[in-house]
Design a protein around this ligand. Structure first.
Ligand SMILES: *Cc1c(COP(=O)(O)O)cnc(C)c1O
Length: 354
């Protein structure tokens, strides 16, 4: 413990999953840690968390709590198509690049078809091309458009951009899945009501991220199309995603959803990234890669600077997207953390003489 804690720097900008559990989620877990309650989701915490999600979206929907985003995405996708059908997504989408083939595995082989697109966003024209180029039975029949909101490159789809995409998808007979590992950050950035970027536009299933927002473990799979949710519990069970002490996956959602903590956590992380970007602009030589809209900043860093930063103990990813260095803020990032990162980057640029 002490050894871990003594490593400087105290915090990292590698991912929002480096952060711990936020106080509200933690407090809810503690409250749930009393008495005996039935297992497998037949408890008051699970009912309450699902109700709060229904309240949030202002619609009747089916909600399932699973352990992580890979399971949420791949099980949701498998419930939305047949094995001979295909899933369209951006070529940098998490379902393609970071889930070890789980969507294909759980859907019994549904093929993922990759689409291009600037700044992590899919364009309408590439959806049309992918669907319309073939209609014969030798081609894996497109059935799902998977949209990541916020995107893997820290951008968001505006309401208008989503509208264009979802209208196109509907016209072409596609179902719409949304990977919302950072849905909260997208809502905070756009300043919209959650329903405006989901079911009102025809999104059938949303994977709503809890972990990166401040929980220890867990994502919610939200079915706006109730028919698709039929038997989903069996998929969860078969894949090892049905928690027997479900209340501990559900309770932190209650902590996040009450008093809009999910939104203030996301706003905080987004604002931190905005301040980080602002300060980075004062360092000569820093190049920004994509437009920052949520809680990450992507930089093009010279190799010498990357080495210097790593030797100072900083951890960050350079494999996301197009080889940029990603710096990501979370619910617990402080101004002091930002200052210390910026200070080291400034010095790293001086030492590397670039
Ligand atoms: C983090 C993340 C996920 C979930 O990943 P897990 O590690 O499986 O929880 C899903 N989609 C995106 C875009 C992510 O960034």
């Amino acid at each position: 413990m002490n050894e871990l804690n003594s490593n400087r720097p105290a915090k990292h900008f590698a991912s929002d999953n480096y952060a711990g559990i936020c106080p509200e989620a933690w407090a809810a877990m503690e409250l749930a840690n009393h008495d005996h309650v039935p297992g497998y989701g037949d408890d008051v915490w699970t009912a309450k968390a699902a109700d709060l999600i229904r309240d949030l979206f202002e619609v009747e929907c089916e909600v399932f709590f699973v352990f992580n985003g890979t399971a949420a995405n791949s099980l949701a996708l498998s419930a939305m198509c047949q094995s001979y059908q295909s899933i369209l997504c951006h070529h940098l989408a998490h379902v393609e690049t970071d889930e070890c083939g789980a969507p294909e595995f759980f859907s019994n082989g549904s093929k993922i078809l990759l689409l291009p697109g600037e700044e992590g966003r899919i364009q309408r024209s590439s959806v049309e091309m992918a669907v319309e180029k073939r209609s014969d039975l030798h081609y894996p029949k497109p059935k799902i458009l998977s949209i990541t909101q916020a995107t893997e490159l820290g951008t968001v789809y505006s309401v208008a951009q989503l509208q264009e995409l979802t209208e196109t998808a509907k016209r072409l007979g596609l179902r719409i899945h949304m990977d919302g590992a950072r849905f909260a950050n997208a809502v905070a950035s756009l300043g919209v009501h959650p329903k405006e970027i989901t079911w009102e536009l025809g999104v059938e299933v949303l994977c709503f991220g809890g972990t990166k927002n401040g929980m220890g473990v867990g994502e919610a799979v939200v079915f706006f199309d109730l028919e698709l949710a039929k038997d989903f519990a069996y998929r969860c069970k078969q894949s090892g995603q049905l928690a027997s002490k479900m209340r501990f996956l559900a309770a932190p959602w209650v902590g996040l959803l009450e008093h809009e903590v999910w939104l203030s956590n996301a706003r905080h992380a987004n604002d931190c990234a905005s301040r980080l970007a602002q300060q980075l602009r004062t360092i000569p030589g820093v190049k920004f890669m994509s437009d920052r809209q949520v809680n990450s900043v992507f930089l093009e860093l010279p190799t010498a600077v990357i080495h210097e930063m790593r030797s100072r103990g900083w951890r960050f990813y350079t494999f996301i997207g197009e080889h940029g260095a990603r710096f990501m803020c979370s619910w617990d990032t402080t101004d002091a953390d930002i200052n210390s990162l910026v200070q080291d980057l400034r010095e790293a640029f001086q030492i590397a003489k670039v």
